[in-house]
Design a protein around this ligand. Structure first.
Ligand SMILES: CC(C)(COP(=O)(O)OP(=O)(O)OC[C@H]1O[C@@H](n2cnc3c(N)ncnc32)[C@H](O)[C@@H]1OP(=O)(O)O)[C@@H](O)C(=O)NCCC(=O)NCCS
Length: 174
């Protein structure tokens, strides 16, 4: 039983367990350092921060409203999270796009990445978007596969000198 839910204080212990799993696998970089501190010191404030981001309250300069979702199994296991940015700005058109997602290390290669994107696309559709941009590093084969399985159409690729990487951009019609 999979659901894409809004973050909730009720899953505090499960969330902490997931963060520890990312840390153990050397993937703390997937979390903003300031957020990690907030998560550990004041989880309620972290949830409030996510709610504010979704409502466009107290956004960081240059950020657009973005809604975070958790992919949850049987109402208690957090498998991953996605973020839906409500509209594009030039920086996001360049890199980032409308949607980002991650699946916790021990739950990968089970199809959850494909599902979290499919379920986040449904949220985007319900929000009134008619198409969404996704970007990923060309060598992130799992992510490219997830996007293509969700009908992503490759529209451009660009070498980014500052990060020595090729970024692929895909559009998905909703
Ligand atoms: C990218 C990520 C979300 C994939 O999640 P996942 O749950 O493993 O994805 P899925 O199980 O749905 O796999 C999708 C496809 O990628 C393939 N795949 C998975 N890992 C792969 C790898 N290392 N190399 C090549 N293909 C891979 C799978 O075989 C699957 O294809 P299939 O359905 O044809 O078999 C996960 O690795 C992750 O969270 N990475 C860190 C954050 C990240 O990179 N986010 C995306 C930013 S653009």
């Amino acid at each position: 039983m999979l659901e894409l839910i809004n973050p909730t204080r009720d899953l505090y212990l499960e969330f902490i367990d997931m963060v520890a799993e990312y840390q153990k696998h050397g993937e703390s970089r997937l979390f903003d350092q300031n957020n990690l501190t907030l998560i550990q010191e004041n989880f309620s404030a972290y949830i409030q921060y996510l709610e504010n981001n979704s409502k466009g309250i107290s956004l960081k300069p240059g950020f657009v409203p973005a809604t975070t979702f958790w992919l949850v199994k049987q109402s208690k296991v957090i498998l991953g999270e996605s973020q839906l940015r409500h509209w594009l700005i030039p920086t996001l058109e360049h890199r980032g796009g409308h949607i980002g997602y991650m699946i916790r290390p021990l739950q990968r290669s089970k199809g959850y990445g494909t599902q979290i994107l499919a379920m986040t696309l449904e949220k985007a559709r319900n929000m009134g978007l008619s198409r969404v941009l996704l970007t990923c590093k060309q060598d992130n084969l799992a992510s490219a596969c997830i996007i293509q399985k969700n009908q992503g159409k490759l529209t451009s690729e660009e070498f980014l000198e500052n990060s020595d990487t090729v970024i692929s951009r895909y559009w998905i019609d909703l």
